[in-house]
Design a protein around this ligand. Structure first.
Ligand SMILES: [Zn+2]
Length: 457
């Protein structure tokens, strides 16, 4: 996590600004290194593809991906049957088994191609929407591709650019002190990026967030939908005038029509949704006509019925992805755990990229601190917790949090204390009970819930 590691927490605020700037410098050299501008041109060029050109492009890349997975990826080599391997070599995706998150979580290196030895592979840990951390390995060119993709298909479609000053809400611990009187942001001077703390948003701190937007001349915002929404609500409650923003691009949580309306009113600009994952397993973004286009050069996206057959447009089903962007750690027919539906209407923008009508069932409960602070996702609680297989946060009362964890071998009181500390850091003075359990019950629909709230909201 670089700038956001434990050392960061004990630095004074000025040094934290410097640390995020140094972190920004590191990212800048990674992003704009060799290949970046070529990737930008390629993503631009493919937007003009016809359906036939997209089909050819996907077939060509899928064939290569499946053949190398049979030969060089230990997991597929060991788990696919001989007939599945033959199907893979014929490019028949539908004959291959669905991939769960558990095997990747258990042994992410079994998914790395053993004929590739990239220098400085980057590892990203995510707790995902299920609370189960997954290690994603990116080569540096893959990382550059993912940044070029976001510049072209996300920022540019919304009329902004990563070269403009921006503000970000994420799960990072930007301000380590839960009792802090501010500032609730840190400024990365290299990227001209304000990192906001998602954990200090309250009606009486909203003005400080908006002041930071003005002070750093921020042009657009990106990150957690729920955080931008909560800030918008507090701004309207307190009659705080709209800052001078060109767009907000939300990620990570479902953006409901109500959230969009409140945000557009508070910020005075358009709000765009991006649907993607840290694993780059899927990427969909909103064009100028407000339609959510899937990028076919990131993944082959299937929406499936429970019996495995494909859904027709406007029929909700499970999202299963085969990542074409990730050559080093290929994810083939990966179950994202999301439910979505295709749109039957083509988009007037003319891009021949499939449109999602809706991504359903990603929104997570909001947890509220005893002082009324509304916490968003508990992203970060289970990241870097090697002895936790699965975790669930249950809010029993304003000041009482119950954490269920499915431990792996080696789980000790140190792990328990670390979880308690992380929650108190985010919520302040709450009682936290950590309970190791054999399994975490699923909902009636079979869904895992990362957060359960017993509060009447
Ligand atoms: Zn469009």
């Amino acid at each position: 996590m670089g700038a956001f590691d434990p050392l960061y927490a004990i630095l004074p605020v000025w040094a934290q600004h410097a640390a995020v700037t140094a972190y920004g410098l590191y990212w800048r050299q990674l992003r704009f290194g060799p290949g970046y501008s070529q990737f930008v041109r390629e993503y631009e060029g493919r937007e003009k593809f016809s359906q036939e050109e997209w089909r050819e492009w996907q077939v060509k890349h899928l064939t290569k991906l499946l053949a190398s997975s049979v030969d060089y990826v230990p997991y597929y080599r060991e788990h696919w049957t001989e007939s599945q391997k033959r199907a893979a070599l014929n490019g028949d995706l539908s004959a291959l088994p669905l991939l769960e998150k558990d095997p990747i979580r258990a042994n992410p290196k079994a998914f790395l191609r053993d004929d590739m030895h990239p220098s400085r592979p980057q590892v990203f840990l995510t707790s995902g929407s299920t609370g189960t951390p997954i290690s994603s390995y990116f080569t540096i060119p893959e990382l550059r591709k993912s940044l070029a993709l976001r510049e072209i298909r996300s920022a540019r479609w919304a009329g902004v650019s990563f070269s403009m000053p921006r503000a970000t809400f994420s799960g990072r611990m930007v301000e380590p002190n839960p009792q802090s009187k501010g500032p609730y942001h840190r400024f990365n001077a290299v990227e001209r990026q304000v990192y906001f703390s998602a954990f200090h948003l309250k009606p009486n701190t909203a003005q400080q967030y908006v002041d930071a937007l003005h002070r750093h001349n921020i042009q657009w915002g990106t990150g957690y939908a729920v955080s931008f929404y909560l800030l918008a609500r507090f701004m309207l409650e307190r009659n705080i005038p709209a800052p001078n923003l060109r767009a907000i691009i939300t990620t990570s949580e479902k953006l409901t029509p109500e959230m969009r309306t409140i945000m557009e009113r508070a910020y005075g600009c358009r709000v765009y949704e991006e649907y993607s994952t840290v694993e780059n397993a899927i990427f969909a973004s909103e064009c100028e006509h407000g339609r959510l286009h899937v990028s076919p050069d990131v993944a082959i996206v299937e929406i499936l019925r429970p019996d495995g057959s494909p859904c027709i447009p406007e029929e909700a089903g499970e999202v299963v992805v085969t990542s074409l962007m990730r050559e080093y750690q290929p994810l083939i027919r990966f179950r994202l755990g999301d439910v979505a539906m295709w749109d039957s209407e083509p988009c007037p923008c003319g891009r021949q990229m499939p449109v999602l009508k809706e991504v359903i069932g990603r929104i997570e409960d909001v947890v509220i601190g005893p002082d009324g602070r509304q916490m968003v996702r508990f992203h970060g609680i289970f990241v870097n917790q090697p002895h936790v297989c699965e975790g669930q946060i249950i809010q029993e009362a304003l000041d009482r949090i119950h954490v269920k964890v499915v431990p792996t071998d080696g789980f000790s009181t140190d792990d328990t204390n670390d979880i308690v500390h992380r929650i108190q850091q985010r919520l302040g003075d709450v009682r936290v009970v950590v309970e190791p359990v054999a399994e975490i019950p699923r909902t009636n629909a079979g869904k895992f819930q990362a957060v359960v709230s017993h509060l009447n909201k």
